[in-house]
Write a protein that binds this ligand. Structure first.
Ligand SMILES: [Zn+2]
Length: 206
């Protein structure tokens, strides 16, 4: 049986280093969390949420799935949003896609992959909606990357029309929804200039 000794050793070294630098770090965190941000991103191993924005444990409430989808009937993501917005009262929700996303790419192909096809159907809807615009791109990689951006925009819409987000805005809670995309080639985040902070802005911009 392989008990993954290298990862467990990594963990011990990591905890030791933090304790040396900030002796009360874990004790403070164990009292509770008050993150300001909810991060919704892709499961892709190359897009680790906390690391790419250089934050620490406790700073980011995170939900990740294949191709950063927010589906209204998905109890998992809906529960995350409710808890983050209604209980933790995060101030920002960041939907972060990434260029070259395998899930987005797969949604553009006819090949059947199994269960994941059902999950990707939602991106196929976005693909069909913007098929004309996407046909203007000469290279497949450009088309994929544009659909990655459009997918972020579609998920921002889904978050903004989530009932808990709408309720928060109705109650005057400070909450802004952002659309970002990550570039695997240089490690940089691209702000898609989607920034919605009220019911009015959602109606005007989405
Ligand atoms: Zn991805």
């Amino acid at each position: 049986m392989n008990k993954l000794p290298s990862l467990l050793e990594n963990n011990r070294n990591w905890a030791k280093q933090i304790k040396e630098e900030r002796p009360d770090f874990f004790e403070n965190l164990s009292q509770g969390q008050q993150p300001e941000y909810l991060w919704i991103g892709c499961s892709d191993s190359r897009v680790p949420a906390t690391e790419i924005v250089d934050l620490a444990p406790g700073d980011l409430f995170v939900h990740r799935n294949i191709a950063n989808q927010i589906v209204h009937s998905d109890l998992n993501s809906q529960s995350v949003i409710q808890y983050a917005v209604s209980v933790l009262k995060v101030k920002h929700i960041i939907i972060c896609g990434h260029y070259g996303c395998g899930g987005v790419k797969a949604s553009m192909q006819e090949e059947r992959l199994g269960l994941i096809d059902n999950w990707l159907l939602h991106i196929k809807d976005t693909f069909r909606k913007y098929e004309e615009e996407l046909s203007n791109y000469e290279f497949e990689s450009e088309k994929v990357n544009r659909l990655c951006e459009l997918n972020v925009k579609a998920q921002v819409e889904n978050v903004c029309y989530n009932p808990f987000v709408q309720q928060a805005w109705n109650d005057g809670q400070s909450l802004t929804v952002h659309g970002w995309i990550y570039n695997l080639e240089d490690g940089l985040l691209n702000n898609l200039d989607i920034c919605i902070g009220s019911l009015k802005e959602a109606k005007e911009n989405l």
